[in-house]
Structure formats: structure tokens, C-alpha cells
Write a protein that binds this ligand. Structure first.
Ligand SMILES: Nc1ncnc2c1ncn2[C@@H]1O[C@H](COP(=O)(O)OP(=O)(O)O)[C@@H](O)[C@H]1O
Ligand SMILES: [Mg+2]
Length: 278
């Protein structure tokens, strides 16, 4: 479904590539977690896969990319929209800003590719049910909380049923229950034959995905079963420690992928504790 070789991307404003030498094969029905720290290249990779870079986000792309037989940087809009859909981490940048209701917002992209009003209504209704949005169906999108907007943005991409679904840290604004609902839906879509890539800087979100890809400085350092991350047996001792602390309600930050991240979080926690003590 996805086949990339030697894929690199350099932003027009930068001299160093944000992605380099990415080789990737993902089949239909796979659910892949793209993990890595801030700045590791997760968003860039998803934007390149979606064809957004270099079409809208300026820069130069090298190497080859083929998604379901087409190159998303070159394909015409309707074919691309049916092939690959990207959910941004910031829902405000995904919403059209012109639709008066959630239902219309969700159905909007179907109108763009010429579907009938009737089909738009039926498909929007189905997603409203799946994502439990009945109570906000007739609300104006820009008046919603950012978590609700995120769910609407997700629905507006899912409605096109693209073969490849890319989620760029889609859960950052969601509460635990919605996070689980969206992750479960993503896994369900993979079982139905979609290809799902889901980026996250925290390992909890991609728990239960069949494959993990670990990015560091724009390169893939690990690609395989969710047992090893960056050459380190998973869960690493410091991640296990953080998990135990989190279960006890005593780990405020994200799950640390690297020893250095765990050390940094512990430093912050001890500084905060010092401030509290008399
Ligand atoms: N629009 C942009 N213009 C220039 N540089 C960018 C842009 N977006 C990201 N970068 C740079 O590309 C690198 C990878 O960033 P990004 O893909 O956003 O990582 P992540 O999503 O993992 O946090 C970083 O060094 C970042 O500063
Ligand atoms: Mg990002």
C-alpha cells in the first residue's frame, strides 16, 4: 500500500533535511505507530506521505514514494483524497471555518468530490454515531471545545474512507475516554483493510498497534514489533518505572522513550517537590 525508498525532505527555509533516507513498506490492514520525540520528523513524514509536502509545505523531496499506485505529490485532488487522508494534531487548522453545523463540517469534503446530498447525510450520520457526536451534531464547529473539534476533524477525514489514514498526534486534546475511542476506531479501520499510521510522542497511544516505527533526527531507527525501541528492549527499565509511577498517579509527564527523557522528567519532578517543601 505504501512504498517509499530513499525518501528525504528538506524544508525550503532549512539547509538540513528534516527526513532522510526513509525506506518504508506498509501493507493494507496494518496499524503502525510512528513514535519519536518532538522534532524527530513525525509530522514531516506524515505530511510527505499525504502529499502536503512539497505541494503546500514548500521544500524539496528526494527519493520515491508510491501509495496505492500513485505519488501523492503529483496525483490530482479527488484521487489523492480517496487514497490518503491526514488528521492534523491541531484541529483548528483542519476545520473549514465555513460550515454552520458539525454534520455539514463532517460531510463537507464529500461535496467537493461530487457526492449527492443524500449520500453525504447518510455517511455523516454513520460517523456521528461511531464517534458519539450526536449531542453536538447541530453545533457550530468553532464554538466547540478543542477536544470536540478534534473528533469532528477526525470524522471529516474518515468520511472519505481513504485507503491510507494518517493520524498526526491526534489525541493530544482528547480526554482518556475519547483517546481510547479514537485509537480503537483506528485499529478497527485497519482490521477493515485500511492502512493506519498514527504518530505519537507517547507510547501509551500506540499500545496494541501491530508495528512501531521509531524516528530520531528524521531517520528510522527501529521498525518492527512493538518490543524494541531504539535498540532497547521494550519496555525499557526507566519506562517500566515511569509506568508504575503513572499508575500510582505520580508521573506527570509522557512515557519516556529514552533514558535521557526519563532523567529530565525526574529532574523536573524533584525541582517541583523542592519548591513545595517548606
Ligand atoms: N514548517 C517547517 N519549516 C521549517 N522547519 C520545520 C517545519 N516543520 C518542522 N520543521 C523542522 O523539521 C524537523 C522535524 O519536525 P517535525 O516533523 O515537526 O517533528 P515532530 O512532528 O516529530 O515533532 C524539526 O527540526 C523541525 O524544527
Ligand atoms: Mg509533530
Amino acid at each position: 500500500m505504501i512504498h517509499a525508498e530513499g525518501l528525504s525532505f528538506t524544508y525550503a527555509t532549512q539547509s538540513e533535511p528534516a527526513l532522510s533516507g526513509i525506506g518504508l513498506r506498509v501493507s493494507a490492514g496494518e496499524a503502525v505507530g510512528i513514535i519519536g520525540c518532538d522534532g524527530s520528523g513525525k509530522s514531516t513524514l506524515l505530511q510527505v506521505l499525504a502529499g502536503l509536502a512539497p505541494r503546500l509545505v514548500k521544500g524539496s523531496r528526494q527519493g520515491s514514494l508510491c501509495i496505492a499506485g500513485l505519488d501523492p505529490a503529483k496525483a490530482e485532488t479527488a484521487a489523492r483524497m480517496r487514497t490518503v487522508g491526514l488528521v492534523f494534531s491541531d484541529p483548528a487548522s483542519q476545520l473549514t471555518g465555513v460550515c454552520p453545523t458539525v454534520e455539514e463540517e463532517i460531510a463537507w469534503s464529500l461535496g467537493n468530490i461530487g457526492e449527492s446530498r443524500q449520500a453525504m447525510h447518510r455517511k455523516a450520520e454513520d460517523l456521528i454515531g461511531r464517534l458519539h457526536l450526536e449531542h453536538i451534531r447541530f453545533r457550530t464547529p468553532h464554538t466547540l471545545s478543542s477536544g470536540q473539534q478534534q473528533l469532528v476533524a477526525i470524522a471529516s477525514v474518515l468520511i472519505l474512507k481513504p485507503k491510507v489514514l494518517l493520524f498526526d498526534e491526534p489525541a493530544t486534546r482528547l480526554d482518556a475516554a475519547s483517546r481510547r475511542a479514537v485509537a480503537d476506531l483506528a485499529k478497527q479501520l485497519a482490521r477493515e483493510g485500511h492502512t493506519v499510521l498514527w504518530s505519537s510522542s507517547s507510547l501509551e497511544d500506540v499500545d496494541g498497534f501491530s508495528r512501531w516505527i521509531y524516528l530520531e533526527r528524521g531517520q528510522i531507527l527501529y521498525d518492527g514489533a512493538p518490543r524494541h525501541v531504539g535498540g532497547q528492549a521494550w519496555p525499557a527499565p526507566w519506562t517500566r518505572l515511569a509506568q508504575a509511577a503513572k499508575e500510582a498517579g505520580k508521573w506527570p509527564g509522557p512515557m519516556p522513550l529514552r533514558e535521557a527523557d526519563a532523567a529530565e522528567e525526574l529532574r523536573k519532578m524533584s525541582a517541583a517537590a523542592r519548591q513545595l517543601s517548606p
